[in-house]
Structures are given as C-alpha cells and as structure tokens.
Write a protein that binds this ligand. Structure first.
Ligand SMILES: [Zn+2]
Length: 113
C-alpha cells in the first residue's frame, strides 16, 4: 500500500505534466509526448488513475496527443448501436465510445484504460 502522501504528490505531478503537455504540444510535440509518457509512468507506479479529462487526450498505444486535426479522427458510426470512433492517425489505434447516454459513456471511458 502506497502512502497517501505519495499518491498526492503523484497526482500533482501527473496534473502538471499534462498541463505542460497541453501547453507545449504546439511548439514542441516531442516534449509533450514525453510529458504524457512520464505522467503515465508516474500514475502507474503510484497506482493512481489518470484524471478523466486527460484520458481522452492522448493515444493509449503510442502516447500521441489528440490536439489539432491532424493527430486524430473522430467519426460517428451508426452500425449496430450508435458509437463514436476515435482513431489515432499516428499508429492507427482505435477507441470506440457508445453514443448513448452520458452515464454509459462515462462508464465506457472508465473501462479498460
Ligand atoms: Zn497512437
């Protein structure tokens, strides 16, 4: 069991790293990606969750930041149940979100990240 203090520090660092990633994404994409990678490593080590607002921001596979229009694509698909497809244009990783009620979307986002 990790101490509460350690987790607090980890959460703060994850927060700051994502802030940095967002700010530097336009000027230095590599630094931004690196920041995301470090933040994920810290979260993993301290066994904390990455805040939901950040989770949707990067590719889970290659760490690419989903900022701007050339880093990812979003499509709404209507086959079977309506869902939103987010695709990373760097590695082709695909994530699907059911487009039903917000509550269900949230639980899907929580799913297997
Ligand atoms: Zn990717």
């Amino acid at each position: 069991m990790k101490s509460r203090l350690l987790r607090m520090i980890a959460r703060e660092r994850v927060d700051r790293l994502f802030e940095f990633a967002m700010l530097s994404a336009r000027s230095d994409l590599e630094a931004a990606r690196e920041a995301v990678a470090i933040a994920r490593r810290i979260a993993q080590r301290a066994r904390i969750r990455i805040p939901k607002r950040y989770k949707l921001m990067f590719c889970r596979k290659c760490g690419n930041l989903f900022l701007g229009t050339d880093s990812f694509s979003v499509r709404v698909r209507d086959r079977r149940s309506t869902h939103v497809v987010v695709r990373c244009l760097r590695c082709g990783w695909v994530r699907r979100y059911p487009a039903v009620k917000e509550k269900q979307i949230r639980s899907a986002a929580r799913g297997s990240w």
